[in-house]
Design a protein around this ligand. Structure first.
Ligand code: SF4
Ligand code: SF4
Length: 277
């Protein structure tokens, strides 16, 4: 494993591939090929590769309406069938994982909730190690440049429009708030840390959760919503907002999530929306 510092943002969530082929649909993303992937594939699969300009990578896989041209009709990868797993493009091997840069330059390993195989559980150490290796293989010497570009240069960030706090404080607040064991505690900690009253929002979430669910399941869903919000709290798109605005935005997402009968499915929909923003 590398000496770069990596943090996992999705404790409590794992995945098992159900071969749905969604990740090969390339609907919202494309499969780019680093040079060593291109070398491996150019002899037998050059027909499926095209040039690309204006990207860090100069090659990518072609797509049609259905997605990657290498996806077979039974949702299998032609490269994997014909050549074996090691030949698959690194970007495909990395899915459903990806990475972000934390405010201090550490890397955050994230999981894409729109993978259809997401479920409650724990990712194995093997899985995590493999995902980090794939990230490093994809970007090689560019990783340091990405790290420097992604980290914050200032020492402080906004609590609201007038007050500032340090990034360390912000991280600590987030960790504290989203380690709440239920919605009641979450509400209390919002008030305690940021002086925000979210009792109406919490009542709304509770109403949705209670509909058609028995108490043990309700608690599981409550915890999952809080866990997911804690995961989002660590992503960089939210840290561009003052902390209080971020916390409001997150509880709005919690409200949206509570409307889904299958909360993990809801996370997938929200993740896709966030990707498009
Ligand atoms: S979206 Fe997830 S479950 Fe579906 S094929 Fe891709 S990795 Fe497997
Ligand atoms: S190369 Fe294989 S795994 Fe990658 S997107 Fe195409 S079909 Fe899917």
């Amino acid at each position: 494993m590398s000496s770069t510092r990596w943090e996992i943002t999705f404790e409590g969530i794992t995945y098992r591939c159900i071969r749905c082929g969604f990740c090969c649909s390339c609907k919202y993303w494309r499969i780019y090929l680093p040079y060593f992937d291109y070398l491996k594939l150019r002899e037998n699969y050059s027909h499926y590769i095209e040039d690309v300009k204006g990207s860090y990578f100069s090659k990518r896989l072609k797509v049609d309406k259905r997605g990657c041209l290498l996806l077979t009709h039974d949702n299998l990868c032609r490269i994997q069938i014909e050549r074996g797993y090691p030949y698959k493009p690194t970007m495909c091997k990395l899915f459903p994982f990806s990475f972000r840069v934390k405010w201090n330059g550490d890397f955050l390993l994230v999981i894409k909730h729109y993978c259809r195989g997401i479920r409650i559980g724990k990712c194995s150490e093997e899985m995590i190690k493999h995902a980090i290796e794939c990230c490093e293989e994809l970007y090689l010497d560019q990783l340091e440049r990405i790290r420097l570009m992604g980290m914050e240069t200032s020492t402080r960030c906004k609590l609201d429009e007038r007050e500032y706090i340090t990034w360390e404080e912000r991280e600590e607040f987030g960790r504290y708030i989203f380690s709440s064991i239920n919605l009641e505690e979450l509400s209390r900690r919002y008030r305690e840390v940021a002086n925000l009253n979210i009792s109406r929002e919490i009542a709304y979430i509770e109403r949705n959760i209670q509909e058609n669910r028995e108490p043990p399941e309700r608690l599981i869903v409550e915890r999952e919503i809080i866990r997911y919000l804690g995961e989002l709290n660590r992503r960089e798109i939210f840290r561009k907002l003052p902390l209080k605005n971020e916390l409001y935005r997150l509880i709005e997402i919690g409200m949206e999530l509570s409307r889904y009968r299958d909360v993990l499915k809801g996370e997938g929909v929200i993740d896709l929306k966030l990707l498009k923003n």
